[in-house]
Unconditional design. Structure first.
Length: 571
């Protein structure tokens, strides 16, 4: 039967900006946990069981996303992720039923076939629990155990608390699947005002000049993600490139993590490292003029080192070489000339992120600012808290890279870097690696950024966004995370009838059957049924189809049951 209602253990890989989303199917997660218990294990750390958010600049290492979710049974918004939560709950219940036998003795292991085993726990008082495992990654197996036959799907473990009856199999998911969506939370649009970060002049009280290039974190003391490296070059009027020749090339070697190059106040280019390759080189043509030219390099840290041998010695920032190529004199190494340093941005120093911050800056309508597409731009807006209690997030799809604050609280870094990798489906059987089951290739690694409702006031919430690259703030919106449908599939052990499939729209309180329970948000009821089939339905949650064997009365029966329950609950 399947129903859709409308309306860690180890092996976790960090989610990084520009990388795909790693998932671990619950069938394999349950298999790993059950395998650990069947071999005598007594404590499981799922890491993560409850996701979270890296608010502020507290991300767990360089390039780590703000979302700290990892496909956890409870997501970063505090919502239950089904079927992962429910299937693991059933596993825990089954193991609890085996408790007396598990704590009484070590297991006796017997072979049931080439890839099949039985782990049996028994006590002197007569308690008996068994785990029947099938390590074959391709084929199901029919095994004989205690004079009874059992069917074991590939790469699965069955739990028998009484050494006779199967109460759980890791590969058979009989709980609901919840489909969540990000829905508009507010009809009102943000009314934006913008301010350009002034890079034409520096605050002399916050700068210093020295010979050569300095490591970034030693200078900033992690007070800001940003450090300016500023120098100047004098170009003679006789240089060939000023008279139709090829423009010179600027080469900048950086130890991470991101870099924006400004020549005479204009953005000339940007470059970025990755978590695996923090070091990178920028190479680009630069439009210099006769006379003095100001070269300003904005080095951006995206988190602090957190893993690896002697990571406390890792460097960040521009350590060179920095050189101009293609001048009449040849190569001009700028690495050891005088550089002026400024920690952070003027907007940070003026406390533009705080609603109580006092600033004399002149804000302009964002429609004018966006037309100019200038980098290093501050945007501000006010909004009212939406009604309801659903978790909230900001949709940042239209932006580039930067940071977000609400009422002075830092939501964290955002970066709509597009994910690269292999997202060609998922086959969980066999040894698990995070790269086996990936999603989101070709999409921003993170689009939505969690906004805790506890941060909000009923009205006049102050939103500030600092955008490094450009972006269009008019595309930013507030969304709510909601369960829009639930569905489930359950097998009937009958020689001809295989499954039920039911789909419907709404939010049911609960649906009872001998095999499956459906639960949604309290206070909601079923609005409609999308699909129901008894027989041999096809597909998965959200895309069910009738199979060659189908009972034509399936939909009517379920509709009557649910609509009757809805009317009764309303009355």
């Amino acid at each position: 039967m399947a129903v859709e209602m409308g309306t860690g253990v180890p092996w976790v890989m960090f989610t990084e900006f520009g990388g795909p989303i790693h998932q671990r199917p619950v069938q394999d997660l349950a298999f790993a946990a059950a395998r650990f218990i069947q071999k005598g294990g007594s404590f499981i750390n799922y890491y993560m069981y409850h996701g979270g958010t890296n608010f502020g600049r507290s991300a767990g290492g360089p390039f780590i996303t703000t979302s700290y979710d990892y496909d956890a049974p409870i997501d970063e918004y505090g919502l239950i992720r089904q079927p992962k939560y429910g299937h693991l709950k059933e596993l825990h219940r089954a193991i609890k039923m085996c408790e007396r036998a598990l704590v009484s003795a070590d297991p006796i292991v017997t072979s049931l076939g080439g890839f099949q085993q039985a782990h049996v726990y028994s006590s002197e008082s007569g308690d008996c629990a068994a785990f029947l495992s099938n390590y074959d990654t391709k084929s199901a197996a029919r095994v004989l155990f205690n004079n009874m036959h059992y069917n074991l799907p590939p790469w699965s473990i069955s739990v028998l608390p009484d050494c006779r009856n199967v109460v759980f199999n890791t590969a058979k998911v009989g709980v609901q699947t919840s489909q969540m969506e990000m829905l508009p939370a507010n009809a009102e649009m943000f009314s934006w005002e913008s301010y350009f970060e002034d890079i034409s002049s520096l605050d002399d009280s916050s700068t210093f000049t020295t010979q050569g290039l300095l490591e970034q974190i030693n200078v900033t003391r992690d007070a800001s993600d940003y450090l300016w490296y500023i120098t100047s070059v004098d170009i003679g009027s006789s240089e060939s490139f000023l008279h139709g020749g090829e423009l010179p090339t600027l080469i900048v070697q950086s130890t991470g993590h991101a870099l924006h190059i400004f020549i005479n106040g204009q953005l000339s280019g940007s470059a970025f490292g990755t978590r695996e390759a923090r070091r990178f080189m920028y190479t680009g043509k630069v439009n210099l003029r006769a006379g003095r030219n100001k070269i300003a390099l904005l080095s951006v840290a995206v988190g602090l080192p957190n893993v690896g041998g002697h990571y406390e010695t890792w460097n960040t920032g521009i350590l060179g070489p920095v050189a101009l190529h293609g001048l009449d004199q040849g190569k001009w190494d700028l690495s050891w000339q005088k550089w002026t340093y400024q920690v952070g941005l003027r907007g940070e120093a003026m406390n533009l992120v705080s609603p109580n911050g006092i600033s004399s800056v002149e804000w302009m309508q964002s429609s004018l600012a966006v037309q100019r597409q200038q980098p290093l731009m501050w945007h501000k807006a006010y909004f009212n808290a939406p009604e309801g209690d659903e978790p909230l997030a900001l949709d940042m799809e239209g932006m580039g890279k930067g940071q977000i604050w609400i009422n002075g609280q830092s939501v964290g870094r955002y970066w709509t870097a597009y994910a690269k990798g292999d997202c060609n489906g998922c086959n969980y059987v066999g040894g698990y690696r995070p790269t086996k089951c990936q999603l989101g290739c070709g999409q921003p690694t993170q689009r939505w950024y969690h906004v805790p409702r506890s941060w909000l006031k009923p009205t006049q919430n102050f939103l500030v966004v600092f955008e490094e690259l450009g972006g269009n703030p008019s595309r930013i919106s507030l969304v709510k995370r909601s369960v829009t449908s639930v569905c489930a599939e359950v097998a009937e052990y009958h020689p001809t009838i295989k499954n039920w499939h039911i789909e419907s729209y709404g939010k049911p309180e609960e649906f009872h059957s001998p095999k499956v329970h459906l639960r949604c948000s309290p206070g909601h009821a079923i609005s409609s049924i999308k699909f129901a089939s008894f027989g041999t339905p096809l597909g998965t949650c959200g895309s069910y189809q009738q199979g060659p064997c189908h009972s034509p009365t399936s939909y009517d029966i379920l509709e009557k049951v649910f609509i009757t329950a809805l009317i009764s609950s309303v009355q």
